[in-house]
Ligand binder design. Structure first.
Ligand SMILES: NC(=O)c1ccc[n+]([C@@H]2O[C@H](COP(=O)([O-])OP(=O)(O)OC[C@H]3O[C@@H](n4cnc5c(N)ncnc54)[C@H](OP(=O)(O)O)[C@@H]3O)[C@@H](O)[C@H]2O)c1
Length: 264
């Protein structure tokens, strides 16, 4: 039985590199996102807006017509939204939760029967270091990724008896289209917040654009796929691993004093 991998967010960045890498390794790749990758892709591609449950229903029907099993599901699609919480609108908050959390839950839930048909099915969710450490002025992004980490942990326990492994990969700053695709806030400077929002966003954008290559994340995904027992949450890169570890052992007040100095 050929190995089938379904990757959401395969039109750009980490998802696209994962798709190309897995294709080169002989996997049957199925890509998914709202638009096709810019370059012509040589594998089946399902268009789907994960922010719309009806669209997920339709896309899932298409996937069931393409394959009778899925060995690996990589939930990589995601969006970022920045800005002060006081300025964030209900619609922005709803949008990021729909795409980064509820859409991931809904497509995963609908594909579990196909994953169960694989010999050792795996679900790999792309979380973020920002889901372990809250970054101000992109708090909704941090909230959505923290939710993905908790989703990973719960799903892992629930699916263990079926032999399905579930993990989350937590990249730090990665140089992709994510920076340009992030929803920008309507207010970047005002009398109350002064230039704090603008400075914080500039710092996060610079960090991302000087960040690691998406291939660093792909290597971690590849290693996970090969492992029999996958770890629960895997941070990518030595310095980010150290950061997450320190954030767990240092007093929270100290951790958030440092975060405030960096992004506050
Ligand atoms: N870059 C970083 O610094 C970084 C750090 C930590 C974690 N991450 C996470 O890594 C994942 C991949 O991001 P990336 O850096 O590769 O960014 P990216 O280049 O912007 O890729 C995001 C992907 O998600 C898809 N997507 C966005 N909204 C969607 C929707 N409503 N429905 C379906 N697909 C949608 C996009 O395709 P379409 O626009 O065609 O739909 C695209 O393929 C995300 O989950 C992100 O949160 C990124």
């Amino acid at each position: 039985m050929s190995k089938v991998i379904l990757i959401s967010g395969a039109s750009s960045g980490i998802g696209k590199e994962t798709a190309l890498s897995m294709l080169a390794k002989g996997y049957e790749v199925i890509g998914l996102s709202r638009s096709y990758p810019k370059e012509k892709q040589e594998y089946p591609y399902v268009l789907c807006d994960l922010g719309k449950p009806d669209d997920i229903d339709r896309a899932v029907e298409e996937i069931y017509a393409l394959t009778d099993h899925i060995d690996v599901l990589v939930n990589c699609a995601g969006i970022g939204i920045s800005g002060a919480l006081e300025h964030n609108t209900y619609e922005e908050a709803n949008k990021i939760m729909q795409v980064n959390v509820l859409g991931q839950f809904y497509i995963t839930k609908k594909l579990i029967p196909l994953i169960r048909k694989a010999e050792h099915g795996k679900i790999i969710n792309i979380g973020s270091v920002a889901g372990e450490l809250t970054i101000p002025f992109q708090t909704f992004y941090s909230m959505s990724k923290a939710a993905m980490h908790r989703f990973t942990e719960g799903l892992r326990i629930e699916l263990k008896p079926f032999g399905i492994g579930v993990s989350a990969v937590l990249p730090g700053d990665t140089k992709t289209g994510f920076t340009a695709n992030r929803y920008q806030p309507q207010v970047v400077e005002d009398d109350l917040y002064k230039d704090r929002i603008k400075r914080s966003i500039q710092k996060m954008e610079q960090d991302e654009q000087n960040g690691m290559s998406p291939m660093s994340v792909v290597k971690v995904i590849d290693k996970l796929i090969k492992r029999k027992n996958m770890p629960i949450l895997v941070t990518v890169g030595f310095s980010y691993k150290a950061l997450v570890l320190l954030s767990r052992i240092l007093p929270k007040r100290l951790v958030y004093w440092i975060i405030t100095k960096m992004y506050g």
